[in-house]
Design a protein around this ligand. Structure first.
Ligand SMILES: Nc1ncnc2c1ncn2[C@@H]1O[C@H](COP(=O)(O)OP(=O)(O)O)[C@@H](O)[C@H]1O
Ligand SMILES: N[C@@H](CCOP(=O)(O)O)C(=O)O
Length: 321
């Protein structure tokens, strides 16, 4: 059988947390990064990385590149030496903005390597590796599978005794077609690690109950499109109260979006992008209100109504005869 010599993987951006679902829920969005892997037949080990698209110069093209690190991780997992490779990255997802750029890089590198290696791992195994690399499931899972997804740790099924925590249960969350994700992407970066550093290690019982109840309500609100449920559900006490100080203009932009009819506004992923959840007929007014307000705060931002990507990472391969 001819072996695969070239793989192109397209991976969607994501919006993680959706307010109360810190580290467990996220949705894939119709914004994409593309990664092309070409096996090189050089005698000595070789790596070439080229990057095109917005902010391409900000991506590291050495062996530390996260796409290549993920590519190598898959080969290590199957106990094989990674081949010499050329990686061409085309960026459509802005970097370090809370839209899952790192999740696209991890998903792209793992899926590309798996295909070049002849698909030794199942999709579920690739997903487990991706979650382990990213450290939380809420952006890599929708990036790989598409749609809105909830991830919770699973339990094994022992022959005897107590089950133990093992693997992940992934659940698709239906997203009503009248409900539109509007993203407001400011022109400054905020790294996920910095935005995680400001979070406390412990929370009160009241805060835990608050988020549990609101996440439950969010799941039903997204499914039914019920506005009163969504309006109440898009609240959080686990991450946003601590992170909003890292996003200049947060309160003013949120107030303007709500006044223009948004059902809620939350921090997308670790920020600084803000996500308004909006009824379809109000998208244009909410977009305008957000853009004007951030401009008044002296911040340039791109504001866009997107859709939920339903396919996740997709790929095409070419083989040498
Ligand atoms: N396409 C890419 N290729 C290589 N590395 C990337 C790519 N996209 C993101 N990264 C890495 O991930 C970092 C951003 O990750 P992170 O702070 O988690 O932000 P985000 O919210 O966008 O995922 C970048 O600074 C870069 O190191
Ligand atoms: N739950 C994580 C999500 C990070 O998403 P990203 O898109 O900012 O990488 C967090 O909030 O830290």
């Amino acid at each position: 059988m001819p072996s695969v010599s070239c793989v192109t993987v397209t991976v969607p951006a994501t919006t993680a947390n959706l307010g109360p679902g810190f580290d467990c829920i996220g949705a894939a969005l119709t914004l994409y990064n593309q990664f092309k892997f070409t096996r090189l037949d050089s005698a000595k080990p070789e790596l070439k990385i080229t990057v095109t698209g917005a902010e391409a110069e900000r991506v590291n093209t050495s062996a530390d590149n996260l796409v290549y690190q993920s590519f190598v991780k898959l080969y290590q997992h199957i106990s094989e030496t990674p081949p010499s490779v050329e990686i061409e990255i085309d960026l459509g997802v802005p970097l370090a903005r809370g839209l899952g750029s790192s999740a696209t890089a991890i998903a792209g590198g793992l899926v590309g390597a798996n295909l070049l290696a002849g698909s030794p791992l199942s999709q579920a195994e690739v997903m487990e590796l991706a979650i382990a690399m990213e450290g939380h499931p809420d952006n890599v899972v929708p990036a790989l599978l598409g749609g809105c997804r909830l991830a919770a740790t699973g339990l094994n099924e022992p022959q005897r005794g107590e089950p133990r925590e093992e693997g992940w249960e992934i659940c698709e969350v239906p997203w009503h077609s009248d409900i539109v994700p509007v993203v407001a992407i400011p022109d400054f970066e905020l790294s996920t690690s910095e935005a995680r550093r400001v979070l406390p290690n412990q929370y009160s019982r009241a805060d835990a109950i608050f988020n549990t109840a609101h996440l439950g309500l969010l799941l039903r609100g997204l499914e039914t499109g019920r506005e009163d449920w969504l309006r109440a559900a898009l609240q959080d006490r686990i991450h946003q109260p601590y992170r909003k100080a890292l996003i200049p203009g947060y309160d003013a932009v949120r107030e303007a979006a709500m006044a223009a009819g948004a059902l809620g506004m939350v921090i997308s992923g670790a920020g600084p992008t803000l996500l308004a959840v909006v009824r379809r007929d109000l998208c244009v007014s909410v977009e305008e209100a957000i853009a004007t307000t951030w401009q008044q705060e002296g911040i340039k931002a791109q504001v866009r109504s997107l859709s939920i990507d339903l396919h996740g990472a997709s790929s095409s391969t070419e083989a040498l005869p």
